[in-house]
Design a protein. Structure first.
Length: 245
């Protein structure tokens, strides 16, 4: 019995040491992966990388990680306007089936899902900054975007009639959707300006707009979008996502 107790104690101690070693190695791997991602994606700060699943060492031995989570703040994505950038406040991605090369210089995730949050101030970059003519002597422009409730965006317009600015903004609820790499905002109805209706094409030239969000890390793409309190929340997805290299 004494020998059995000693054996059990040894097993417990060895098991504890294995767990400690496993956690130390995974912490080091997370730091290295975060540094590599910052370098390859030219990020302004080091992202958060979490390698889930236990034990880590056996996953490494098998050449594939089950689950990796990545968090990036203030990511600058490309748009369709050449050098223009759009800031993503929070980008979160969950990677499944992450395989890495023999020298650990690159890794590829079989699938990826996540979310991206773009503030309304950033989305405003896609609207026309200068007043647009909607009728002789009448102009309008978008002056603000906000949460309209029920997944809608509230688009606020400021109109000018014969050089005099209308005191109260004109507001219209708009739907937001994703098409390819574009976030599209389309008014649900046409607002009256100064108590009058105007040609639909002229109004929509102001209220409706789209913003391209391209070149996300690893080639992940836009999937769905919904208006929220502080901006639009975008669901992203991808397959064969390159994490490094």
């Amino acid at each position: 019995m004494r020998a059995l107790r000693i054996l059990l104690i040894v097993v417990v101690i060895l098991g504890g040491l294995f767990v400690i070693a496993d956690r130390v190695v995974v912490d080091f791997a997370e730091d290295e992966a975060a540094d590599r991602l910052r370098s390859t994606e030219n990020l302004p700060s080091t992202p958060d990388v979490s390698i889930n699943g236990f034990p880590f060492l056996t996953q490494v031995a098998g050449g594939e990680l089950d689950d990796v989570e990545i968090g990036i703040d203030d990511y600058e994505a490309s748009t369709s306007d050449g050098g223009e950038k759009i800031r993503i406040d929070h980008l979160r991605a969950n990677m499944k089936g992450v395989e890495f090369s023999g020298d650990y210089s690159s890794a590829t995730a079989a699938t990826a899902t996540g979310t991206a949050t773009v503030g309304y101030d950033e989305l405003m970059k896609a609207t026309k900054s200068e007043p647009t003519d909607i009728a002789p002597g009448i102009t309008a422009r978008v002056v603000g975007l906000s949460d309209g409730g029920d997944g809608k965006i509230k688009v606020s317009l400021r109109a000018t009639v014969l050089g005099v600015e209308v005191p109260e903004p004109v507001e219209v609820l708009s739907s937001v959707t994703v098409k390819d790499n574009d976030v599209e905002v389309v008014a649900d109805g046409l607002p009256e300006i100064g108590g009058k209706q105007f040609a639909e094409s002229r109004i929509r030239a102001i209220t409706d707009f789209q913003q391209t969000i391209d070149e996300l890390p690893g080639g992940i793409e836009l999937d769905k979008v919904e208006a929220a309190q502080d901006g639009v929340e975008i669901t992203v997805k991808g397959s064969n996502v390159e994490l490094a290299g």
